[in-house]
Design a protein around this ligand. Sequence first.
Ligand code: NDP
Length: 284
Amino acid sequence: MAKNDREELTGLLGCPVDENPTGAVMEAAYRALGLPFRYVTMLVRPEGLAAAVAGLRAMHYRGVNLTIPHKVAVLPLLDALSPAAQITGAVNNVTFEDGVARGENTDGKGLLRSLRQHGADPRGKRLTVLGAGGAARAIAVECALAGAESVAVVNRDPGRGEELARLVNERTSAKARYVRWEGTAPVPEGTELLINATSVGLYPDASRPDVDYGGILPGMVACDAVFSPPDTAFLKAAAARGARTIDGLGMLVNQAAHNFTLWTGREAPEEVMEKALRAEFGLA
Ligand code: NDP
């Protein structure tokens, strides 16, 4: 058989993108399985996105991730969308296959898998999501699609909060409502799963979201989307109230693992990926 030196190309488009750790994680995973894949981190400004996607098609890229500010802007450049991408209106993964560019949102799927790995499947559960930005939308929609009983969206900006509750109500079978966040955010009574999807606590910010921590009860599960540092002030405060906690590294590793499988068709070496991610963050 003829020797094949061509590599399968994958990567990340973003702006800024210089300090994104995904490249190290994906390259470690490809190496671990001996796959001829590469992951290239690319600076693409908003005005260059259409040309960049045309270039990816021309160069037969297998797939890419998208980060700020491209997750919504990329939609009109794609041929097909997964249900989660369609509902959230945001794409962080594109897979090219037979000339078709298909958009997916793996952020929510990463969180969902992380919850399940910790024995906290949202099916039939009452969920509270703090925040209504991109991560919160992906999380709320994916957990609702996975059978959550209800989703309370607690957000400072009522427009964004109401919009997310409306999306979940109209497009999934979960019951959703918007809860006002003025000053201190309430933890709605009956919450079983509390997820911080605000950006509060992301390095170098060491603060915690202004939440009524007295409303967190033993037996509740508290989960953070913030992954750097993994031991956020939010999780420490929730643990002090007796909640079981799940950090944001699991969501990050699992969404990367999902991307890996979409592009390679192989099961991801998750331990290798987590180790590479921890090394990127200087963690043990
Ligand atoms: P967005 O900018 O889209 O949304 C930010 C959200 O945080 C908004 O709802 C905003 O509320 C809220 N917020 C910001 N500051 C405060 C504050 N001081 N008090 C209360 N609410 C606040 O960000 P993303 O959704 O993209 O990201 C959110 C977090 O999730 C980030 O830390 C990101 O790193 C993390 N993330 C983690 C992933 C993982 O794999 N672990 C994947 C993707 C994201 P308002 O609407 O009122 O302004």
